[in-house]
Design a binder for this molecule. Structure first.
Ligand SMILES: [Zn+2]
Length: 141
């Protein structure tokens, strides 16, 4: 996808492919500068109770809670950032701002490197094994 084909909120070229961490991941396809916005996830806005209902019993979900009451379900979205994997030493961070789910680089990310964020608390509630491989890996999600 070229810059002209991407939505304006996807700032950098990324590629979705198989990841050593889990399933598919998002990889930088061009150098990403430190602290710059990489992209966003957009999707269906639903209530947190609906989000929890959809998440129950599923291993991999694409739902982000954006407030105490609202969540975004990106299952039907085309945004590549929805494949972002968790890592305990991530190179990016996820920020909720004005109801938007935004990704920012924590440092320079060279082409070919997988983009990761620290999810924080997840619906797995510490029961899913983390395979990020970081020295400080907490072991569980
Ligand atoms: Zn880890």
């Amino acid at each position: 996808m070229t810059a002209a084909e991407r939505p304006a909120y996807q700032k950098y070229e990324v590629a979705v492919r198989k990841s050593g961490i889990n399933g598919f991941g998002v990889f930088a396809a061009e150098p990403i500068a430190a602290h710059r916005k990489i992209g966003e996830i957009r999707g269906e806005t639903i209530s947190v109770s609906e989000a929890r209902r959809r998440a129950s019993g599923r291993q991999r979900i694409m739902i982000v809670e954006i407030s105490a009451r609202k969540a975004i379900d990106a299952s039907k979205s085309d945004d590549p950032m929805r494949f972002t994997n968790h890592a305990c030493s991530p190179n990016a961070r996820l920020t909720i701002r004005d109801g938007r789910v935004e990704f920012y680089a924590l440092r320079v990310i060279p082409p070919g490197e997988e983009i990761t964020v620290n999810y924080g608390p997840t619906h797995h509630e510490g029961t899913l094994k983390c395979r990020c491989g970081a020295a400080n890996c907490s072991g569980w999600l």
